[in-house]
Design a protein. Structure first.
Length: 134
């Protein structure tokens, strides 16, 4: 009779070990899924930031920001420029401030992931000097 009780204890131990490993596997799979989502979010933010930085350099030398945005693939919709990419959308809003010595132009870029989560907001400010009379 003692042999059966020892076998039963071994069987219970094996079941508990298998249960423990199943719980660990479930947690690990969930962590890998979360890491993949965060990686995709970071990749989209990085690509959007590179796109905006390239646009910033193009806008620095241009007097007409609207023409440069249109040339870069932006479309004017509801008073703001937007460019849809596979994983994100970039919005650009242009504002002007007239000064005595020239024009202060600000283009605010906002990148959103396709889920609606804002990746970043980056203002690009350029000063375009006007004609100054002596």
């Amino acid at each position: 009779m003692k042999k059966h009780s020892a076998a039963n204890i071994l069987l219970v131990e094996l079941v508990l070990v298998i249960l423990f490993f199943m719980l660990c596997v479930a947690t690990i799979v969930q962590m890998f899924g979360l890491a993949r989502m965060k990686s995709a979010y970071a990749r989209a933010g990085s690509q959007a930031m590179l796109t905006v930085e390239n646009l910033e350099e193009c806008l620095a030398g241009e007097a007409d920001a609207a023409a440069e945005l249109e040339k870069s693939g932006f479309v004017l919709a509801d008073g703001r420029w937007e460019k849809n990419e596979e994983r994100y959308t970039i919005y650009a809003v242009e504002t002007h401030e007239e000064t005595e010595a020239g024009l202060l132009r600000t283009v605010t870029f906002t990148a959103e992931q396709n889920t609606g989560k804002v990746l970043f907001e980056l203002p690009v400010v350029n000063y375009l000097p006007g004609e100054v009379s002596p």
